[in-house]
Design a binder for this molecule. Sequence first.
Ligand SMILES: [Zn+2]
Length: 643
Amino acid sequence: MLPCRLCTFKTPTPNHMKYTNYLLLFALTFALASCGQTEEKPKEHSDKNKMKIANMKLASDAHSYSKPEDAVVKHLDWDAVVDFDQKIISATANYKIENVSGTDVIIFDVNHLNLMEVRVEGELTEFHIGPDKKYLGQPLEVPITADSKTVSIKYETSKGAEALLWVDGDEPFLFTQSQAILARTWIPCQDSPGVRYSYNARVKVPSNLMALMSAENPQEKNATGEYTFKMEQPIPSYLMALAVGNVEFRAIGEQAGVYAIPSLIEAAEYEFQEMDDMLLAAEELYGKYVWGRYDLLILPPAFPFGGMENPRLTFATPTIIAGDRSLVALVAHELAHSWSGNLVTNSTWDDFWLNEGFTVYFEQRIMEAVYGREHSEMLAKLTKQELIAEEEDIRVTQNMPNDTKLKLDLLGRNPDDGLTAIPYNKGYFFLRLMEETVGRDKFDAFLKAYFTEHSFQVMDTDNFLAYLNDRLLTDEDRAAIDIDAWVFGVGIPANIPNVESDRLERVDSVLTEWVAGNAKISDIKWASWEYQEKYRFISELPESVSAAQMAELDAAFEILKTGNNEVLFAWLEKSIRKDYKAAYPRVESFLVSVGRRKFLTPLYRAMKETGKLDMAKAIYVKARPHYHAVAVGTMDELLDYSE
Ligand SMILES: [Zn+2]
């Protein structure tokens, strides 16, 4: 193993944010701690790096009460019982802590946890819970001394714990969604991306169910319902994850595998056969996968996102099981997070594009490596289409122009507000522009070094830009790219890279001809199209298309019967906007069974914007109990709904 070299932060340009010093200590600790985990450290720049570390400063996290510069958690032993009858988790969180500054208090984030007792060094102690703030919950203050090494907190989750979704019925299921700041609704924690800790867990669940975490996982159920977990690599709290259900495991290759309920396991095993190829392609691009196994857990359809990159075990929506492996880009995305996000982590939620923009770029490169450039360029073109539409919506319709900047300012807001196409897709095109400006070989070497040198550390926008300027860009490159416009500017800069896709252009032209009456329905080669082509055709249907023409398309291609949820979703949205009533029963059944917010928001919005608010509310009343809190929050606001 090579000796440790410290990271390469420079003094940030101070005009974009305010700074505190505390993460300097962290960065040093993490840089040292990570020595045992990354074998390859670049040989150059080391002296320069040692000088720079003294200047390293990162932005403070406005979304956590914790003050890790004073006292910080290093390890968690979590002992929990999952009670499906009462829908609560009873647990003890035993923390190993470090009193960094000699402070007399350690602060945790909690959000409506029922605290039973708190012990320091095994002794019962008084504790103080501060006032509840919207989104943030409360600070839990525990008195400690300079010598304190352990804090133990016995607690229960409350009924409405926002991270948790309890699914009733034939297949009872519990899953968590901690990102961005919901871990504190099921574990007292220092809930900031900059605080990393390792964990062990012991979890008791009903004996017919299996428990899984973002850790080393079981592959079989056991009769006692007791499971133990180990996560040796330090992770931030937003990557804490638990799922409990009647799942089975199937291996896919040496290092990868899939978990799903019995009725889905065959389909899942078939759908994700290429996971192992993706993993190899990813390692080939940007370095070794350091987390051990890479497994995928198929969650119930109520899961509010496409996927969540919980380390070692991606959580995924079942809506990506299409039967033909057409929606596996999502797996490439979550896998890519094993580097961008999980290894190099955004310092605060204002820097979310460092997690997501890099991940979309990496996802594209995996897709290109495994499926070819023609395929990945179709995806890139849809990414651009989505970005252009959503950017205009945020800037003009919602009148939130500052939310179209890569570098966000979410002070006083729910960090979930930052989860738009901007950090993902504008971030992607910014990186693609860099690649096209400096050349792919140079850019790949840069990215590989970036991930390796900053593994198990946090990164913020200004420090990334300093690193970028130092290590990659020439003055000429900088002039061509215009970093300020991309990162701190509103909207989409004019130099956004061009994406060519002959196949999607042919789709556009047959659509234009058909709408103009110059092409027959038989000229649309639907059956031979990939999902991207079908999606493009439907999503680009212009205003002028009537309900009768929608019926003609549906009769010819049986679109309502598609097994591809992206195509179905696009069709349902157009059906609502075109008053194509034959699709309405499917709109309802889809919305009542699926809780993925990416689908819900546009569908409910389409109803709202076309005078069908009553229809939207009637469906929502039935669907709402099945949705996760993050989807409920968004839909309540959209539909102006209150219980
Ligand atoms: Zn992501």
